[in-house]
Design a protein around this ligand. Structure first.
Ligand code: SF4
Ligand code: SF4
Length: 382
C-alpha cells in the first residue's frame, strides 16, 4: 500500500525570501507544484481568516505564506483566486484585516465569492448528504487549503480539515452547530465537507502557531514548521504528533479514515523533509482528552453539564460588546443579557448551552475562557 506523504520544512521566520524557499522545498518534496496546478486552471486558495485580525495575533494564515503559495501556483500557469467565509461579516472585509487583500492586489490574485453559494448534493457523505458551498469554490478547478496551526476547544486541533468549514458561506455555518451539537457528528460533517470540496493540497502555517485558548484568543507559539500534504487527515495527525496530542483524540480522524479522506495512522504516513523530532513540543498547551459526546438524552445533557468544558466570561476583560450574544446559535440564547439589562455584561445559561464554543471563538477581547467542571477535571486526570 502506498503511504501518504507529509512534508515538513523548517522555517523560523516570516521573511519573504526564506518562506518562499521553504514553500518551494515543501512542494518539491511532494513532487512539485505542477502536480497541484496546471496551466490555465482556476485555483482557489483558502487561508484561515476566521474574522480577520493582525497576522501577529496568529489567528490567521500569515500573508507571507499565502503570498509564497500563490506565487508558485501562478508560476505554474494557474489563475489564482482566494477567499474565506469568516465567522461573521463579509469575506472582503476580513481578508483586508488579515493583510491578505494587499498581497492579492499586489500579485493579481482575484477575490473569489465566499459570501454566497449554491446547494450541492453529496450522496457519498457519511452523515451530511448536501451542502451549500461558496460560489468561489464551486467555480474553481481546484482548492488549495492554507490552514493555521491552532488549538480549538470543540475538535481540539484546527488544521486542514476544519479549515474547509470556511467553504460554507455566511451564517449557514452556525446552523451546523445547532443541527449537529455532538462533537463527533460535527466532526463527521467536516469530513463530509472535505470529501465534497476535495482540497488538492494543504499547506499549514506553523511557523508561529497558537496554543491555549484558540482559535482566536490563544497565545502565539513559535513552532518553526511548515507542513505540506494532499491528505488533510495525515497533515493534521502529523501536527498533532508534534504537540504530543494523540490524533485519535481529534474527532475528525476516525471518520476521515472511514470516508477515505486520508489516514491518521503513523504506519501509513511517510514523513519527508526535515525530521519530525526536531519540532516536538510536549509543553504546547492543548486539551489532550477526547471531547465528550454532548447531546441526546436528558441523562447525557445532565452529564454534559458536569463534565464538558464550559465557556466562562472574564468580567475584567469583557467590554459588553454583545458579539457573543449575536453569534450564539441556539434559541433561546445560551449567552445573553438574561436579566434584560443590556448595560450589564452578558452571562451564560449552561442548561441551554450546546458547547459549540462559537462565543469563545468570536469574542474580540479574548474574554471567554473554558473552564472544566469538577467532574470533568476528575475524569481528565483518571
Ligand atoms: S463577545 Fe466578549 S467582550 Fe463582547 S460581550 Fe461577549 S464576552 Fe464580552
Ligand atoms: S453559549 Fe457559547 S458555547 Fe454555548 S451554545 Fe452559545 S455560543 Fe455555543
Amino acid at each position: 500500500m502506498n503511504k501518504t506523504k507529509v512534508a515538513l520544512v523548517r522555517c523560523d521566520t516570516y521573511e519573504e525570501d526564506k518562506v518562499l524557499k521553504a514553500v518551494q522545498t515543501g512542494l518539491d518534496l511532494l513532487g512539485g507544484v505542477s502536480i497541484f496546478a496546471k496551466r490555465h486552471e482556476r485555483i482557489v486558495m483558502k487561508p484561515n481568516v476566521l474574522v480577520g485580525t493582525n497576522p501577529e495575533n496568529c489567528v490567521t494564515t500569515h500573508p507571507v505564506v499565502f503570498k509564497a503559495v500563490g506565487r508558485l501556483l501562478m508560476e505554474a500557469g494557474a489563475s489564482v483566486y482566494y477567499g474565506d467565509s469568516p465567522s461573521f461579516g463579509k469575506c472582503e472585509f476580513s481578508v483586508r484585516r488579515a493583510g491578505l487583500k494587499r498581497i492579492g492586489d499586489e500579485l493579481g490574485f482575484s477575490l473569489a465569492d465566499f459570501d454566497a453559494g449554491r446547494q450541492v448534493s453529496h450522496p457519498d457523505g457519511l452523515l451530511v448528504k448536501s451542502f451549500v458551498i461558496a460560489n468561489g469554490v464551486l467555480d474553481s478547478d481546484g482548492l488549495v487549503s492554507l490552514p493555521k496551526f491552532k488549538t480549538h476547544p470543540l475538535v481540539r486541533f484546527t488544521g486542514a480539515v476544519k479549515n474547509q468549514f470556511g467553504c460554507v458561506p455566511g451564517l449557514l455555518k452556525s446552523q451546523y452547530h445547532v443541527k449537529l451539537p455532538d462533537p463527533y457528528d460535527f466532526a463527521t460533517m467536516l469530513v463530509d465537507l472535505n470529501t465534497l470540496v476535495k482540497p488538492r493540497l494543504c499547506v499549514m502555517d506553523g511557523i508561529m502557531a497558537m496554543e491555549g485558548n484558540g482559535p482566536r484568543s490563544g497565545k502565539p507559539k513559535k513552532m518553526n514548521v511548515l507542513l505540506f500534504s494532499s491528505d488533510p487527515i495525515a497533515i493534521d495527525a502529523t501536527a498533532c504528533r508534534i504537540i504530543n496530542l494523540d490524533p485519535a483524540v481529534v474527532p475528525t480522524s476516525r471518520p476521515g479514515e472511514q470516508a477515505g479522506l486520508g489516514t491518521y495512522h503513523i504506519e501509513n504516513i511517510e514523513i519527508v523533509g526535515d525530521d519530525m523530532e526536531q519540532f516536538f513540543d510536549e509543553t504546547f498547551e492543548v486539551i489532550r482528552t477526547p471531547p465528550m459526546p454532548c447531546t441526546g438524552s436528558r441523562l447525557r445533557t445532565f452529564v454534559k453539564n458536569r463534565i464538558c468544558e464550559r465557556p466562562v466570561i472574564n468580567k475584567a476583560k469583557c467590554t459588553n460588546c454583545g458579539t457573543c450574544v449575536r453569534m450564539c446559535p441556539v434559541e433561546p440564547k445560551a449567552v445573553d443579557w438574561h436579566t434584560g439589562d443590556t448595560s450589564r455584561q452578558p452571562t451564560h445559561r449552561y442548561d441551554r448551552c450546546i458547547r459549540c464554543y462559537c462565543c469563545q471563538e468570536v469574542c474580540p477581547e479574548g474574554a471567554i475562557l473554558l473552564e472544566s467542571p469538577f467532574l470533568g477535571r476528575f475524569f481528565s486526570r483518571a
